[in-house]
Design a protein around this ligand. Structure first.
Ligand code: C5P
Length: 208
């Protein structure tokens, strides 16, 4: 029988993916989770759930339950805006740290995507990726997602405003970890972006 390469996943293996909105990190994260059998957490959903809950955001973050993550309005532009406002509050972020770290270190491997996974939540992650794209390309993707129901310029302004809020906040600002591999998806197809990310994971698994 011909020799086949065997990938052995160590007991814990964390892939941390950060980047701005609509850069493609969620798509890359889901593809990696499927390809390598890792669990996946879209950490933006945590902040979106807190943002749409209303009331005191710190209490909402401390009392978050799994059912809050299944609301069907979490993917809206409004929920994204609300998320980036509450995400600037240090007490909200602190309330969500333990859950994310436990998820990251579960047996069998995990992929987490967000803004501060490689820098704050899992600085020890085996793989760190920073998935980005130009604001114009990201706005165009969002604009198509909304069915072009709002003017492109308005979506671009929202993308820029969210970038400014996420990169400018004092606590856990969006930035690439020094040891992150940067993947700029501006001129890449989904398949090309996923292939680059998978190559990084494969290389690290081979070395693990
Ligand atoms: O990734 P997504 O667009 O769902 O995130 C919504 C908002 O939640 C982001 O703009 C950001 O302000 C916040 N967020 C964060 N840290 C994360 C994930 C999301 O601050 N790890």
């Amino acid at each position: 029988m011909a020799d086949r390469p065997v990938t052995i996943t160590p007991p814990t293996f964390t892939v941390a993916i950060d980047g701005p909105a609509a850069a493609g990190k969620g798509t890359v994260a889901r593809a990696l989770a499927g390809a390598f059998g890792f669990a996946h957490l879209d950490t933006g959903l945590l902040y979106r759930a807190v943002g749409v809950k209303g009331g005191d955001p710190v209490a909402a973050a401390r009392g978050l339950v799994p059912a809050d993550l299944t609301r069907d309005d979490l993917r809206s532009l409004a929920a994204g805006e609300a998320a980036s406002v509450v995400a600037a509050l240090p007490e909200v972020r602190a309330a969500l740290v333990d859950f994310q770290r436990r998820f990251a270190r579960q047996p069998g491997g995990a992929v987490l995507d967000g803004r501060d996974i490689g820098t704050v939540i899992c600085p020890e992650a085996e793989v760190k990726l920073f998935v980005t794209a130009s604001p114009e390309v990201r706005a165009e993707r969002r604009w198509h997602e909304t069915g072009e129901s709002i003017p492109y310029d308005e979506v671009l302004a929202q993308v820029r405003a969210r970038d400014a809020r996420d990169t400018g906040r004092a606590d856990a600002p969006l930035r690439a970890a020094p040891d992150a591999v940067v993947i700029d998806t501006s001129d890449l197809s989904i398949d090309e972006a996923v292939a680059r990310a998978a190559a990084v994971v494969r290389a690290r698994l081979g070395a693990a």
